[in-house]
Structures are given as structure tokens and as C-alpha cells.
Design a protein around this ligand. Structure first.
Ligand SMILES: *Cc1c(COP(=O)(O)O)cnc(C)c1O
Length: 365
């Protein structure tokens, strides 16, 4: 047996909070849920999160690519899997075989899926992606009325759903309202609820901030993990991931002593400095340096000193009882990840998905 060596940094993941947030998504939208679990369930652990959500009667998992779809299927989970992005042609035989659900952006893709499914004696369920403003994928709405009969004629595929995506539901309310209206009109023109089993438009912000009655499916990601892209809805959600570390050293530095690379911070007084075992090598952004960033130790906030290094950060714990071994919350219920994101000049999504493999994930039910 090797000697026990606890991780320097770990992420505690509260699965009860995840279930609670899923409940909020259902209640607010009145729709079925496609749980978006791309990028390792936003850094929370793909298989672990998918296993929990699979027991909660969700309609689909939304993943970015075939690699993620494989991991869910290989874990023995049989909830339907929806591929949010475009697929390589080499991947499509497996998609047909495993009955994952692609979204279509072109007639060529549709024909290829149809041919593969026909030769496998199958009919693959697909969704139409419609570009109502994101500019990333999907059919341009104007081309659809003319293309739909051609798509419908393909024997190997069944177009069971239609979806679109919101580029600015957390930034531009007028555009988004108008986008909901346009999407509803397009869907109606294509045959509406009678024609499509699944109609979906909303990410977390669209789900929380808008009337989803034109749809019967929503695609939340971030809010499942406890962060609301619209601040007004934050209090309904529960924090899921807490990034934690421990104090590894406590040192007394005299006034006038530099702290960390570049010596951007110089002590102004004798300072008790705690060194903590996490840094940008764990995904704690280096861009938090010099931004008034704080961490929580013993239920109190303490300031970060100087630059974030790869494996360690320094904290001012002058005049406190903080000791070596004390637990440190880098983000979690007390310092929310969106607070850190704002300081780091980024978004919560990027910080969560940037927590590196070195960080041990601890799942708690
Ligand atoms: C990532 C993604 C979502 C989830 O977005 P959140 O803002 O995290 O809720 C929904 N739909 C599509 C197409 C996506 O790519």
C-alpha cells in the first residue's frame, strides 16, 4: 500500500442539489428536459452525473460529440442521447447503430444518415436544427419550406423534432422575445405540434427568463449545476460544485516582502500568509490575480495575495486562527463561481469546464 496522500485540491459535487435544480427546470418551464452534459457534465463528471439524472425521467442527454455519447452508452445508461453539434461522416454508422439522435443542418447529412439507416434496416430519429440567430448550425429558415418535402422523402430517417438555439437570452431580452416568436412561426409553418414530437429552443437563460409555451422540451446546462445566467433566478438554485483545497503552510512575512511571481503584491505590514494547495493547474484561473479575489476559510472571506501560481496560492490570514490543514473554499456556496468568473473576465461555464483532471471529484448524494 502506498502512503495515504489526500489530494491538494478536490471538487465536492452535491448530487441532491443537482436533482433539486432539475426540479426547478421542470417546474419553471413546464417542459420535458434534455439534460445538457457536454464537456464532462460541465466538469462535474460525465458518467456520475448521467447516472444520477438517468433515474430522474429526463427525455434526452445533450452531448457535444460521439465520444461523449459513447461514454454514456458504455456506462449502461439507456436514456436517449442527442448530439448538439455536427457529426463527421465517419461517425454516422455508429450513430445509426446505437440510435443516438443527431440534429440535421444540411440535406447532405440527412441523405447520408438515411442511406446508412436504410442499409442497416433501420429508421433513425433525427431533429431539424433551425438557425434563428446563433449562426453556428442548422438550416436557414427560408430554405426549409422548400427542403422539407425532400427531407421527408428520405426513407431511412424520421424527423421527429425541431430545435433552435438562443445566442443572447442572458443579454438581449428584446431580441430573444422576437426570436421565440419567429421560432414559433417557423415551427407552425412546418406543421407544429402535429408534425413534431419534440420542439425545443431554450438553454438555461431561455428556460428561466421566457415563456416556453411554444416548446415541449428545454435544454438546460448551467442551471442544473446551480448557476443562473439570469441573476434574478439564482436564489431558486442550489450550488452543486465546490472547489476546495487546504492550507499547506502558514508563514509570518515582514512588511515590505513580495508575494508570488512578479512581486506585484508587497506586504504593507507584518503579514501572516497562508499557502494553499491549488492554482491554475487545477483550473483556478490565473486571471484572478490582483482582482480583489477572496477565498473562504472557517466561514470567513480572506483576500488572495499576488498572482495565482500553477499549484499554490497565497492568502492573507493576519490576526486569525487559520492553521495548516484548514479547508479552503475556492468557489462554492459562499464564493459563487459566477462571482469568480466576473473577476477573471470570463463566464461561469468556462471556469467549470476548465477544472482540470488533477482535481479529484467527490460525489455526494
Ligand atoms: C450548451 C448548450 C445548451 C446549454 O446551455 P446553458 O446555457 O449551459 O444552459 C443548450 N443548447 C445547446 C445547443 C447548447 O450547445
Amino acid at each position: 500500500m502506498p502512503p495515504v496522500s489526500p489530494p491538494r485540491a478536490w471538487a465536492e459535487i452535491d448530487l441532491a442539489a443537482l436533482r433539486h435544480n432539475l426540479g426547478v427546470a421542470r417546474e419553471v418551464s413546464g417542459c420535458r428536459v434534455m439534460a445538457v452534459v457536454k464537456a464532462g457534465a460541465y466538469g462535474h463528471g460525465l458518467e456520475e452525473i448521467a447516472r444520477v439524472l438517468a433515474d430522474e425521467d429526463i427525455a434526452f442527454f445533450g452531448v457535444a460529440n460521439v465520444g461523449e455519447a459513447r461514454r454514456i452508452s458504455n456506462a449502461g445508461i439507456d436514456t436517449r442521447i442527442y448530439l448538439l453539434g455536427a457529426t463527421w461522416s465517419e461517425e454516422r454508422a455508429e450513430i445509426v447503430d446505437r440510435e443516438w439522435t443527431p440534429c440535421l443542418s444540411s440535406l447532405d447529412e440527412a441523405r447520408h444518415f438515411s442511406d446508412l439507416a436504410t442499409s442497416a434496416n433501420k429508421r433513425l430519429k433525427c431533429h431539424l436544427a433551425v438557425d434563428t440567430g446563433m449562426g453556428r448550425g442548422g438550416f436557414v429558415p427560408e430554405e426549409l419550406p422548400c427542403l422539407l418535402p425532400e427531407l421527408e422523402a428520405l426513407k431511412g430517417i424520421e424527423i421527429e423534432g425541431v430545435g433552435s438555439h438562443l445566442p443572447s437570452a442572458d443579454e438581449d431580452e428584446n431580441f430573444t422575445r422576437e426570436q421565440f416568436t419567429r421560432f414559433a412561426e417557423i415551427v407552425a409553418k412546418l406543421g407544429g405540434r402535429d408534425r413534431f414530437e419534440w420542439i425545443h429552443l431554450s438553454n438555461s437563460a431561455g428556460l428561466l427568463g421566457y415563456d416556453n409555451s411554444p416548446c415541449n422540451l428545454v435544454r438546460p446546462g448551467l442551471m442544473l449545476y446551480g448557476i443562473s445566467p439570469l441573476p434574478g433566478h439564482q436564489q431558486r438554485l442550489r450550488n452543486v460544485m465546490s472547489l476546495k483545497s487546504r492550507v499547506t503552510l502558514i508563514r509570518e512575512l515582514p512588511a515590505g516582502h513580495g508575494v508570488s511571481y512578479g512581486r506585484e503584491f508587497i506586504t504593507e505590514r507584518p503579514t501572516r500568509v497562508a499557502t494553499v494547495g491549488a492554482g491554475y493547474g487545477d483550473g483556478y484561473p490565473r486571471s484572478l490575480s490582483g482582482k480583489g479575489t477572496e477565498v473562504v476559510i472557517q466561514d470567513r472571506r480572506f483576500p488572495l495575495l499576488g498572482r495565482v501560481t500553477m499549484d499554490q496560492i497565497m492568502i492573507d490570514v493576519t490576526d486569525t486562527t487559520v492553521e495548516v490543514g484548514d479547508e479552503v473554499e475556492l468557489f462554492g456556496p459562499d464564493v459563487r463561481v459566477d462571482e469568480l468568473a466576473a473577476k477573471a473576465g470570463t463566464i461561469a461555464w468556462e471556469i467549470l469546464t476548465g477544472i482540470t483532471p488533477r482535481v479529484t471529484r467527490v460525489h455526494r448524494s
